[in-house]
Design a protein. Structure first.
Length: 120
């Protein structure tokens, strides 16, 4: 598979926005450890539902589960719930707002199970 760059948009899920999440729960870890991708992009990259992928930026990389974003995401755009994994990909720059830039992060997507695609 050729490595491709996508735009990641982390954000709160509906559940995160309406309730206080139990950050120790399996449900929270699953939600924050999953990236959603356009189904056409998944097919083109040969990624089955539930595939493990690495998201890489210039600063860090994380390993997450990739699932279909159904028709909710345009091609080239990824969504991931705010959490430990998405936070590792942020630069920390706040521009004085107190909230790190967290929209429009360029990430490279690499399948985890391919030889030679391990951490840099």
């Amino acid at each position: 598979m050729a490595r491709e760059t996508f735009v990641l948009v982390p954000g709160r899920t509906t559940e995160q926005g309406t309730t206080v999440a139990d950050k120790a729960s399996a449900r929270y870890r699953t939600a924050t450890g999953t990236v959603r991708m356009n189904p056409d992009d998944m097919r083109r990259l040969g990624l089955p539902e539930g595939a493990r992928v690495r998201l890489r930026t210039e600063l860090a990389e994380v390993e997450v589960t990739c699932v279909s974003g159904k028709d909710e995401l345009p091609s080239g755009l990824l969504f991931m719930a705010y959490g430990p994994e998405s936070s590792r990909l942020l630069t920390g720059e706040t521009h004085g707002t107190g909230m790190p830039d967290s929209k429009g992060i360029e990430v490279e997507v690499v399948p985890c199970d391919r030889p030679g695609d391990r951490a840099r």
